[in-house]
Design a protein around this ligand. Sequence first.
Ligand code: SAH
Length: 339
Amino acid sequence: MRNLFGMTLNDLEAYFLSIGEKKFKAIQVFEWLYKKRVWDIEEFSNIKKEVREQIKHDFDMTMIAIKKKQIDHLTYKYLFKLADEEYIEAVVMMHDYGISICISSQVGCNMGCAFCESGRLKKVRNLDVHEMVEQILVIEQDLDKRISHVVVMGIGEPFDNYDNVISFIKIINDPHGLSIGARHITVSTCGLIPQIYELSKLPIKINLAISFHAPTDELRSKLMPVNKVYSITPLIKAIADYLQVTSRRVTIEYVMLNNVNDSITCAKALAHLFKGMNIYINLIPYNETNHLEFKRSSKTKINAFYNELKKQGINVTIRKEFGSNIQAACGQLRGSMKK
Ligand code: SAH
């Protein structure tokens, strides 16, 4: 059975037409769910009894459940239990500009990045649309606060679950839904090229972030096996084409791994790859995990890398850190649950 929280406005309009009702009922349902936050269909007072019965018959409304919550200052980490007893995580961060959430898109991940905790546990399945929407709804209810920014950077490769991620974005962006602005939504990918081209056609102008992490194919393939399929030259071409079609800026993520990818030579090579492109590079201090062979680069090295990129004319920032005390690195909490 379909879950009501996984339906886009268009899906619901088609549903109402299919049961012989006017399609504006879809807007009414959206406003109950996402504006008034009334999740008992019986209370949908502007929808007549027989239609309410039909909706109850046709849709599931089970939600994911909070299994554990850890708080460290301005970071809240949630572990969720899904209906099939699988676990996923979401992390909430309190900023001065609002509240952001980092959501998961899959149970596990098949990309196998060498330094990443999520990929230790292979993909079990894709998340359904409603399981992504509910990470936001359930946490907002728990905090009694509204989330302003969404990043799809938790467990999973969002572009390996493309259609569901796009439906999720439509629901949270819809003015009758959660109404989160496209510029406040970011999707991060390890670089699946066909989906980068797909995304360039999406009318909702969300932000795209690419996990890059190494300036040569030799090193990138070691860190990120996906590079053996989608290597640097075609990836850069896809990013350039995306920039041209969308006129949106792209974020390049670069995790700083001690003595692996943090030399000045690497900085120069990275700058060379992106010369003249409308991107900015976000340097991410590595969150140390059970992958003991990887350590975080020192502050001095990160600063030197940053300065070199600046000198080469690249826009660059260093990611502000949140939550390393509570295993907020992707997949750490779920990983500890599975042990
Ligand atoms: N699969 C997607 C999104 C999830 S990972 C992607 O690859 O982009 C989100 C980001 O966190 C990626 O850039 C990933 O490489 C990075 N990351 C993974 N493990 C990390 C760790 N332990 N410390 C810091 N960043 C990490």
